[in-house]
Ligand binder design. Structure first.
Ligand code: G1P
Length: 273
């Protein structure tokens, strides 16, 4: 706030691309072709972004700006994108339940539109490989430190080491004192369809919302649920510093921007800003 007063947080740009486009591109890179975006009343800009913009295309064509034109066109051709509106903000669990008809009886991936990860291999793609080996739900996790765990779904396991561990218990946003682990679920899930009836009977939890974490905790009592420590740099773009880090680091990875930005940053340090 106030940047998200009148626009969805998923549309905040990191360098020159809205956050949610990085997320959609991660899914597409993993071979996902059909994407359902759960939106809400004030999130129309997301639908417009992934639609064609005929007027803009015409203007760019007339001006001979072919590179920009291709970039704009590619966005609407990324995947088959569908939308459902969540009519009330009743929580992530409820949002996932809105996808039930669309998903049917198959495992599905959930990517939160404001969680961005830079990785050599698409994180959801890494997780799909784990799912193929393990045959049950997989949560994308990383350690965030006990001072940060109150912002996340926390994963307890039996103390095994390795990048794939079986989930014993999940707690949504535990306090630092309550937390028994600092392994956090970071906005990436591959979930078996057995989750749907569980969400339906899940009572509101943290923040008075129907929490996906609570439903997954129930699922973990019925069948294996795995936590996979993914490889990649994850940004907390909902946090002011996290957002600035993402902006600077994504820009520094860009050949067209890195030289000028590096020069600027070096100058800043000298000026003791
Ligand atoms: C959601 C989930 C939480 C997860 C987090 C990752 O929380 O409920 O379990 O760890 O996303 O970003 P939110 O950030 O929507 O409060």
């Amino acid at each position: 706030m106030p940047a998200t007063k009148a626009q969805p947080k998923e549309m905040l740009p990191i360098v020159d691309k809205p956050t949610i486009q990085y997320v959609i591109e991660e899914a597409v890179e993993a071979g996902i072709e059909d994407i359902l975006i759960i939106t809400g009343r004030n999130k129309r800009a997301i639908e417009d972004h992934f639609d064609r913009s005929i007027e803009l295309e015409l203007v760019l064509e007339q001006k001979g700006k072919h590179e920009e034109l291709n970039k704009i066109k590619q966005i609407s051709e990324l995947a088959n994108v569908f939308y459902i509106r969540q009519k009330e903000a009743l929580g992530l669990g409820h949002a996932v339940l809105c996808a039930r008809q669309y998903v049917g009886n198959e495992p599905f991936a959930v990517l939160l539109g404001d969680d961005v990860v830079h990785a050599d291999v698409s994180v959801i793609g890494q997780m799909a490989e784990v799912y193929a080996q393990k045959g049950h739900s997989v949560l994308g996790v990383q350690q965030v430190g006990y001072e940060n765990i109150h912002k996340y779904g926390a994963v307890e396991h039996d103390g095994e080491s390795g990048s794939v561990v079986r989930v014993r218990k999940l707690t949504e946003k535990p306090s630092r004192e309550e937390a028994k682990s600092d392994l956090a679920v970071l906005g990436r899930y591959i979930i078996d369809p057995e989750i749907f009836p569980i969400i339906e009977s899940t009572a509101p939890g943290s923040g008075g919302e129907i929490q996906l974490t609570d439903a997954l905790n129930t699922l973990a009592g019925q069948q294996p649920v795995w936590a996979y420590t993914f490889k990649g740099r994850r940004y907390d773009v909902g946090d002011r510093i996290g957002f600035l880090e993402a902006t600077i680091e994504y820009a520094l990875r860009r050949e067209d921007l890195a030289p000028a930005l590096n020069k600027y940053l070096e100058g800043l340090q000298k000026d003791k800003f």
